[in-house]
Every structure is written in C-alpha cells, then in structure tokens.
Design a binder for this molecule. Structure first.
Ligand code: NAP
Length: 315
C-alpha cells in the first residue's frame, strides 16, 4: 500500500511530490499518458517562455522547467508512473485509485490534475480539429500550414496575447477576436500585443463559424460584430482558441465538493477537500490565480497538510 498517491504532473503535483518525498513518504505520482485530453507535465508543456517564475532571471521554457521540477522530486524518492487515473474510490480507506484494470491503494491522495483549454463549442471547431483548429499555438504554431498565412486567435486574456505574439513568428498576420472593447489580459501583455505590427484586434466580435473544406482544413472564420450585428469573413489558415480553461475534475464529480464551474473546493487557506485524507493543489482548485508559482505553492501546502494528517493518523 502507498502512503501518498499524487494525481497530476504540473508544478503543483511535482512540488507536492518533492515535499512528500523529502518527508520520506515515497509518493507515487500518476503523471498521465499523452492523449487528446492529457498532457503529462501539464499546461507548462505548451508554454514557450516563462518569465515570471522567480529564480530564472533569464526566463526558462515551460518543458525545461517541468523537467527540472520532476528531477528534483525524483531525487527525493518520488516514483513517477506514466499512467492515467481512470477511477477512484474515496468511500473507504485505504483509498483506491485505478488505471484501466489495475488498482492501487493509498492512505492519502493529493489531486493536482490541473485544467484544460476550452473551445467555443462550435460544430465547425470540431470538424477542423487538428486541421487548422488548435488550443495551443505554442504546440502547433510552427506547423508549415500556418507559415506566411493569416491566422486567428479567439480571446482577450493573457493566453490570447501570448499565443498571438508567438504566432507572429510564423504567420503573416494575427487577428485577435475579442467579444468586448477591453482586454482581460495584463497591461504589459496587452500593450505588447497591441503594439505588434502583425496583430490586429477585432474588438466586439464573436466567431460564428470556422470556415474550411476537406482538402485544406481551415480557410477562414465568419465573425459578427456584437453591436451592429454586421457579419464579415476573415481569411485564415489557423484558428486558435484561447478562451480559458476548465478544471479536470470529471473523475471526482459526485465525490468531492466543487464549485459551479467544477473547481474543487478546499478549506480556505489550506488544501483539505471534504474527504479526510484527500487533498487538492494547483489549478484544479484555483479559479483565480492559476499561475505556475501559485500552483507550486499550493502543492507545497498540500504536501505539508497531507504529511501532518498522516502523522496524526499514525499517532
Ligand atoms: P482568461 O484570463 O480567463 O481569459 C479568457 C478570455 O477569453 C477572456 O478575454 C474572455 O472574454 C474570453 N472568453 C471566454 N469565454 C469566451 C467565449 N465563450 N466566447 C468568447 N470569448 C470568451 O484566460 P487565460 O487568458 O487563459 O488566462 C488564465 C490565467 O492564466 C490568467 O490568470 C492569466 O493571467 C494567466 N496567464 C498568464 C500568462 C503569462 O503571464 N505569461 C500567460 C497565459 C495565462 P472576457 O474578457 O469578455 O471575459
């Protein structure tokens, strides 16, 4: 039986693994298998330059940073398992965690499954998925299909700005389609994007449909002005969704307390969920900050809460 199982593999999961590893708890980390829905290492694996994590004055790429986090946790005995958890049973102790037909038992669990990019939900997004439609410019932006061509990015937050700026390296023009007349992005990111000669912000606009055909994939978008109702078509070889994320909590529906969006509810200032011995860390329980540094900090808290809880159980 395991003392601690950690589900996830971003900054929260690896930090929780580092701390529980150093507490001699030999955590077992379910990092997830690469699939349409799962990216081992989490969202930082699709981030080019991380400039806001203290300790890296020259910046660091997301994948490099996750590799360093992982190595540091392994140094203290964390066991990494490239498996996806498909079911949990928290109704009795020890807790059970399953991946396919295999099961593991653990005295405690730390959930750090993060969040996943959202799409608008248009049928045409689905139709051209991976044929010009993507939610990750940093993963797909350098593909030949986008080089020297116009592309669109949907959203007005930091992700939309970051993705747009990255796409300027390849695309001829980047249209940012935003539903309001004001960006949600931080001032520095917004200013950088607005000052870029290749970026055009299409204010007060929503996407009606992604246009394309079977042979070419995406060829454009049809957008509508939310005030005048006027409809226009923009030529584009790529369509990048950057409208935020949803927490990866399907597995815990009906088991753990969540807010209306699906973020896990934890005790204020701590990491305890409604089930004793089950803790949460990182974006899965954070609808507000969602930064690598806050995720890492909450991974530390979860590990300390978990270690202390285990100590109390063993008297
Ligand atoms: P976000 O801040 O929630 O922004 C989402 C954007 O998408 C908003 O502009 C929103 O419009 C728009 N949107 C949402 N649903 C929509 C819909 N159905 N139709 C049209 N537009 C829609 O998400 P994010 O940009 O992914 O950022 C998440 C967090 O990560 C933030 O805290 C951000 O600061 C951080 N982040 C930081 C960096 C960095 O510092 N390098 C990079 C990426 C992300 P409204 O504005 O109208 O709501």
């Amino acid at each position: 039986m395991e003392k601690v199982v950690i589900i996830g593999s971003g900054p929260a999961a690896y930090t929780a693994a580092l701390y529980t590893g150093r507490a001699n708890l030999a955590p077992l980390v379910f990092e997830g298998e690469l699939s349409k829905d799962i990216l081992p290492g989490g969202q930082l694996m699709t981030t080019t330059e991380v400039e806001n994590f203290p300790g890296f004055p020259e910046g660091v790429t997301g994948p490099e940073m996750m590799e360093l986090f992982k190595k540091q946790a392994e140094r203290f005995g964390a066991k990494m398992l490239p498996r996806t958890v498909t079911a949990v049973d928290f109704s009795r102790t020890p807790f059970t965690v399953a991946s396919g037909h295999e099961t593991w038992q653990s005295e405690s669990v730390i959930i750090a499954t993060g969040a996943t990019a959202k799409y608008l939900g248009l049928e045409s997004e689905e139709r051209f998925m991976n044929r010009g439609v993507s939610a990750c410019a940093t993963c797909d932006g350098a593909l030949p299909r986008f080089r020297g061509k116009p592309v669109v990015v949907v959203g007005g937050g930091d992700s939309a700005m970051e993705e747009s700026l990255f796409l300027t390296n390849f695309a001829s023009r980047v249209h940012v389609i935003h539903r309001r007349d004001k960006l949600r992005a931080s001032k520095i990111m917004g200013d950088r994007a607005m000052a870029h000669e290749k970026i055009i912000i299409e204010w007060n606009s929503v996407v009606e449909e992604v246009l394309g055909d079977d042979a070419s994939g995406v060829t454009g978008v049809r957008i509508q002005d939310v005030h005048s109702g006027a409809v226009r078509e923009l030529e584009a070889a790529g369509y990048f969704s950057a409208i935020g994320h949803k927490p990866n909590t399907e597995l815990f529906r009906g088991v753990l307390d969540m807010d209306e969006v699906g973020y896990l509810r934890v005790e204020p200032g701590a990491s305890r969920t409604n089930i004793e011995g089950v803790f949460a860390a990182g974006d899965v329980a954070d609808p507000v900050y969602r930064q690598a540094i806050t995720a890492a900090g909450s991974g530390c808290k979860a590990a300390l809460d978990c270690s202390r809880w285990l100590e109390a159980q063993h008297g």
